[in-house]
Ligand binder design. Structure first.
Ligand SMILES: [Zn+2]
Ligand SMILES: [Zn+2]
Length: 139
C-alpha cells in the first residue's frame, strides 16, 4: 500500500510504499511550537523510502536539526538530523490518511516530562524523558 501526504496547499507532496519503523509522539517545546499542536507525531523512515515532489523549505531549530515545511502554506512536513541523513521523520499530520498507518509496539512518547498535565492520551505506550540515544535507530 502506498501512503501519501503533503502540505496544506499541495505544493510539496510525498509518498512511500512502507510503514514507519518508529513513531514518536514528542512533547518538547520546540515540537509544540513547530506544529502548533499539543504534541508532534513523527514517523521514522529511511530517507530512500520516500519520494518527494516540490521543494520544502527548512528551518534549523537546533544545531543540526532541521524542520521542513512548505514555503507557500507553511504546512509542516518533516524533521531531519544532519548527523543522520539516512533517516527522514515524516510528520503524522501531513499524511493524507493517517488511519492507514499501522501501529504496533513501535510507539513512544518522548520528552514525556513536558506532556501537558491536562492532556490524557491513554494509549499505554512508553513515556520516556528526553530523547534517549539510539531509541529511533533504523534497520
Ligand atoms: Zn503548501
Ligand atoms: Zn520534540
Amino acid at each position: 500500500m502506498t501512503l501519501t501526504g503533503g502540505c496544506l496547499c499541495g505544493a510539496v507532496r510525498f509518498e512511500t510504499d512502507e510503514q514507519p519503523q518508529w513513531i514518536e509522539h514528542c512533547h518538547c517545546i520546540q515540537c509544540r511550537k513547530a506544529s502548533g499542536a499539543a504534541f508532534l507525531s513523527g514517523l521514522m523512515y529511511r530517507a530512500e523510502e520516500i519520494r518527494w515532489s516540490g521543494e520544502p523549505k527548512s528551518y534549523e531549530s537546533s544545531p543540526g536539526i532541521r524542520r521542513t515545511f512548505c514555503g507557500i502554506c507553511g504546512g509542516s512536513l518533516a524533521f531531519r538530523q544532519d548527523a543522520a541523513p539516512e533517516k527522514d521523520c515524516l510528520l503524522l499530520g501531513a499524511f493524507d490518511d493517517p488511519s492507514k498507518i499501522e501501529i504496533h509496539d513501535n510507539v513512544n512518547h518522548i520528552f514525556a516530562e513536558r506532556e501537558l498535565a491536562w492532556l490524557h492520551v491513554d494509549d499505554g505506550f512508553p513515556r520516556v524523558e528526553g530523547m534517549p540515544d539510539g531509541l529511533f535507530r533504523i534497520d
